[in-house]
Design a protein around this ligand. Sequence first.
Ligand SMILES: Nc1ncnc2c1ncn2[C@@H]1O[C@H](COP(=O)(O)OP(=O)(O)OP(=O)(O)O)[C@@H](O)[C@H]1O
Ligand SMILES: [Mg+2]
Length: 254
Amino acid sequence: MINTSGTKTTRGVALRLERVRRVFDNKFVVIEGMDLRIDAGEFLAVLGPSGCGKSTLLRMIARLAAPDDGRIIAEPEQFQTAFVFQDAHLLPWRTVLNNAALPLELMGIGREDRNAKARTALAQVGLAEAEDRYPAQLSGGMRMRVSLARALVTDPRLLLMDEPFAALDEITRFNLEVQLRELWQRRGMTVIFVTHSISEAAFLANRAVVLARRKGRIKLDRRLDLPPERTNDLRSDPRLGYEMKLLMGAMEEE
Ligand SMILES: Nc1ncnc2c1ncn2[C@@H]1O[C@H](COP(=O)(O)OP(=O)(O)OP(=O)(O)O)[C@@H](O)[C@H]1O
Ligand SMILES: [Mg+2]
């Protein structure tokens, strides 16, 4: 398999959505006839107005809900998925280490093994020093990093993120974006990242889709023409500004 940056990977999942439809209460059509192909190892950002169906889409891809019509085909068929939400959802009575190790504990993996994996994941998000702390002793950015470590600990081939950094201050968010991008480059999993932020979508992703307010229509599907390395220097780069302008234009058009 070849990912979007042209390097070989067997890490990511490829997804194909065909005529996907999702209806609530038998009458309220949120998504209709959605066709979307996502390559293995792609970093896709999903933008769109509040209520357009972004979380609904992510839940179907995560197999937490089934489409009412159409289908979602994954290659390979079975794979590890991780989901990161806007709220870190940590268990307050567990230490950072035990929060990060939770998915492995639920899989029945022994203490030594799971702690070793959790420590590696915590180190990757810069939290090696905080493993004995409790969630109440962490900043919002640190809590989100624990949540990210907990998502990475199972070595997922598909990472789904639903506005994970929306509640953080800008500098914390900027640094987490850089970290996430590095993790993705190192691991090559497929990432689908839902956000309201045009600058975040453009900075992080290799490709962005903009959904319309109604029925999940795809207004823009754009491969971002930006260098693979995304450091904070890129934030003032005119190429980023250009991509943001295109995304903004699609967001504004009816
Ligand atoms: N379980 C449900 N039952 C009924 N309606 C629902 C349900 N879940 C979502 N909806 C409706 O479907 C639409 C899409 O919701 P969704 O949460 O996917 O939007 P979103 O794009 O993620 O919005 P936001 O950006 O505010 O998070 C909304 O109008 C919402 O009210
Ligand atoms: Mg949502």
